[in-house]
Design a protein around this ligand. Structure first.
Ligand code: NAD
Ligand code: UDP
Ligand code: UDP
Length: 349
């Protein structure tokens, strides 16, 4: 075993000179799984801007080629249609593992729910295992995008990373939250057992341009509804809370985590907490003060409150979000108007 891993290490070192790139510093080769999705595509923009060599793998389950189309033709960018459930051989220095359908509509409301949840499990379990196997083979650093959902319907508020969570293992959301919990476990197993450098981010509700228009998440729902002059659908009594982070803040946090020396897990989120009724109000103020509100029954096992304690990320990563909901929302609205109506005025027409 010993000699096998040594020769693997030598093999890896021997490969490095082939990639010696610009100036004195070697260009980083970065894999972003799920890079054609909402968060992934913003991350890719920053990595390309920084001069990295970026490979995206995505099966377009919830992502879109349009999100990264502006990089096609750039020699530093490569887009591969691939499902992470299947093994893949690549040579990279860092892996940002984002592949996972993040929107609840895909697991809460889908008529073929069992198939979707099975697919989610496979992506979270087999997909994460494959990417960890890849990280092990090439000695890459591996970052997992986990989620605040690992805290379930939390009994501690706000949630610190030390909280173990309150998750229903057999509920409708469990394919997502238990899937991510397994992914965290696998990452830590590979870290402890195989010496892989891992990083774990627990991402809280994030919004911004390029979110899927009809993905069922609350911010994208409200914004699209207000722009289309449809009523805003508030589930339950609307008193449940969430804390909304603008995507650029998240991407900054992910990159700091990857480049830093700490495994985590780290909460990455904006501590500004809103009830869904308050969110509806901010959307009304931003888009249409006359937008109506319509109450709908809530979904099962919906967490009553959620707010990150970000002391750890502040202290160890020097990170904190800068964009408030009132600043971030208009930037998303501009993008949604463009995509819904093909212009920058949109709903006024
Ligand atoms: P997204 O759905 O826009 O992006 C996920 C991407 O992964 C999509 O492009 C999708 O096509 C791809 N994908 C899914 N399954 C795949 C598979 N088996 N093989 C290859 N590609 C696959 O979601 P997002 O909001 O950009 O989320 C990115 C990551 O961040 C996810 O891991 C998600 O769980 C996590 N996260 C997001 C939020 C949020 O609020 N956006 C919150 C917590 C965690
Ligand atoms: N794997 C991969 N790409 C690689 C190396 C591994 O997709 O470059 C997959 C491999 O197919 C396996 C998983 O990652 O299913 C875990 O790999 P590991 O080497 O840890 O486990 P083993 O193959 O020994 O079971
Ligand atoms: N929600 C809502 N109206 C919608 C969509 C969602 O009131 O049109 C509520 C949902 O019940 C939950 C909160 O908004 O309490 C956040 O839901 P989302 O699906 O965006 O994220 P998650 O539940 O994963 O935090």
């Amino acid at each position: 075993e010993e000699s096998k891993s040594t020769s693997r290490e030598e093999e890896r070192k021997a490969r490095i000179p082939l990639a010696v790139g610009l100036k004195s510093k070697r260009q980083k080769r970065v894999l972003v799984t799920g890079g054609a999705g909402f968060v992934g595509s913003h991350l890719v923009d920053r990595l390309i801007e920084r001069g990295d060599n970026v490979i995206v793998i995505d099966n377009y389950f919830t992502g879109r080629k349009e999100n990264v189309i502006h990089h096609i033709g750039n020699p530093n960018f490569e887009l591969i249609r691939h499902d992470v459930v299947e093994p893949i051989l690549l040579e990279v220095d860092q892996i940002y593992h984002l592949a996972c359908p993040a929107s609840p509509v895909h697991y809460k409301f889908n008529p073929v729910k069992t198939i979707i949840s099975f697919f989610l499990h496979k992506t979270n379990v087999v997909g994460t295992l494959n990417m960890l196997g890849l990280a092990k083979r090439v000695g890459a650093r591996f970052l997992l995008t986990s989620t605040s959902e690992v805290y379930g319907d939390p009994l501690q508020h706000p949630q610190a990373e030390t909280y173990w969570g309150n998750v229903n293992p057999i509920g409708v959301r469990s394919c997502y939250d238990e899937g991510k919990r397994v992914a965290e476990t696998l990452a830590m197993d590979y870290h402890r057992g195989a010496g892989i450098e891992v990083r774990i981010a627990r991402i809280f509700n994030t919004y911004g341009p390029r979110m899927c228009l009809d993905d069922g998440r609350v911010v994208s729902n409200f914004v699209a509804q207000a722009l289309r002059k449809d009523p805003l659908t508030v589930y339950g009594d609307g008193k449940q809370t969430r804390s909304f982070q603008f995507v650029s803040d998240l991407v900054e946090g992910l990159m700091r985590l990857m480049e830093g020396e700490h495994v985590g897990p780290f909460n990455l989120g904006n501590p500004g907490e809103f009830t869904m009724l308050e969110l509806a109000q901010v959307v009304q103020e931003t888009i249409d003060p006359n937008a109506k509100i319509e109450f709908r029954p809530n979904t099962e096992d919906d967490p009553h409150m959620r707010k990150p304690d970000i002391s750890k990320a502040k202290e160890l990563l020097g990170w904190q979000p800068n964009v408030s909901l009132r600043e971030g929302l208009p930037r998303m609205v501009t993008d949604f108007r463009q995509r819904l109506f093909g212009d920058s005025k949109g709903g006024d027409k």
